[in-house]
Design a protein around this ligand. Structure first.
Ligand SMILES: Nc1ncnc2c1ncn2[C@@H]1O[C@H](COP(=O)(O)OP(=O)(O)OP(=O)(O)O)[C@@H](O)[C@H]1O
Ligand SMILES: [Mg+2]
Length: 328
């Protein structure tokens, strides 16, 4: 409705996670590089956590694009309520294994194992990514732990990336899942965006949505400051506020989203201002420098294809990003 008014070719603030709109912030880059590294180096078991709406599923979609481009076969599970047998059967189906009709769990596991062994012999990598893992019950998480046992004497046959909200960490802290926790080799956490990245995030989305107007004129810095306070830097909330704000501005025929408009939107959405959050990623993943370079090259080419240009005020200089990785 407002697209023509703001010179847009598409909606800039859809809430679905679309890699086209990725803002590769410092922490998103680090997480992507660490997980790509972990998968390609067959580290086995990796975990990505973050509060709701911080971009985990978006990162999964970017990761799948990057890994597929490097010949990695993937199964992506996003339904945490599957029973263990259904879960295994879904993985086999998503990896493209033919379905032989009725089979028991043992036969299914053997079929999966033979497939993974064949890929391993051909020096090919296979990954399982399970999203929304905070909602998986202990039986399913235990099934995943058993999958981490599929290995040869040298390598894990299946790389597993578990993705979920912070409750996932709490689950893995429980005594019955401590064995799963011990297997984590790469761990990343996404946090809310700091103010400077909220600004970059909003302006970049407008530009990617094709606006031929000045993004800073549509959302001036003071307005962005208000959006940051109300959203606490959570990307999904930023999207919701901005989408409503554009509609509101259009209704007033105002080419600029004012602070008053954000106040109105926040009232309608019943948002309350609380303290800011930081953008730190912790704890740092453990990566050796050569593999890190490979992951960063893959990431750089992905970002370049997405048409990203570094901002004039990067959140952290490039050398800081490298230093955050520890050499094992
Ligand atoms: N770095 C980013 N660049 C561009 N868009 C982002 C970024 N991070 C998050 N978003 C956007 O924020 C919204 C929420 O992201 P996403 O669905 O990936 O969150 P999530 O962490 O998976 O949340 P949940 O825990 O509820 O599943 C999406 O529209 C996504 O595109
Ligand atoms: Mg998600």
């Amino acid at each position: 409705m407002y697209k023509k008014f703001f010179g847009l070719t598409r909606c800039p603030f859809e809430v679905s996670p679309d890699p086209y709109f990725l803002l590769p912030t410092h922490q998103h880059r680090e997480a992507l590089a660490a997980i790509v590294y972990g998968v390609l180096q067959r580290k086995g078991f990796m975990v990505l956590t973050g509060e709701a709406g911080t971009g985990k599923t978006l990162l999964v979609r970017c990761l799948l694009e990057m890994l597929r481009a490097r010949g990695v076969a993937s199964a992506n599970v996003f339904n945490p309520t599957l029973l263990p047998h259904e879960f295994l059967s879904y993985i086999a189906g998503d990896l493209g294994l033919p379905k032989p009709g009725q089979e028991n769990k043992g036969e299914l596991l053997l079929r999966l194992y033979n497939y993974l062994i064949a890929r391993q012999r051909a020096k090919q990598t296979t990954v399982l990514i399970a999203d929304e893992a905070q909602n998986m019950d202990a039986a399913l998480l235990e099934e995943i732990r058993l999958l981490t046992n599929l290995e040869t004497s040298e390598h894990k046959l299946l790389q597993i990336v578990l993705v979920g909200q912070p409750e996932l960490d709490e689950k893995m802290d429980s005594p019955e899942l401590r064995q799963l926790k011990q297997r984590i080799s790469v761990r990343c956490n996404l946090e809310a965006l700091p103010r400077v990245e909220t600004e970059e995030y909003i302006w970049r989305r407008l530009q990617k949505a094709g606006t031929n107007y000045d993004a800073v004129h549509i959302f001036p810095p003071a307005t962005v400051g208000k959006i940051h306070s109300y959203s606490k830097g959570i990307p999904r909330l930023i999207n919701t506020i901005c989408e409503n704000a554009l509609l509101n501005a259009y209704a007033r025929q105002s080419g600029t989203v004012t602070e008053n408009i954000i106040e109105d939107v926040a009232k309608d959405l019943r948002l309350q201002v609380t303290s800011n959050s930081s953008s730190a990623l912790h704890p740092a993943p453990f990566v050796d420098s050569q593999s890190l370079a490979t992951s960063l090259l893959a990431l750089a080419s992905f970002i370049e294809r997405a048409g990203y240009r570094a901002p004039s005020h990067p959140a952290a200089p490039a050398h800081t990003q490298i230093e955050r990785f520890k050499v094992v």
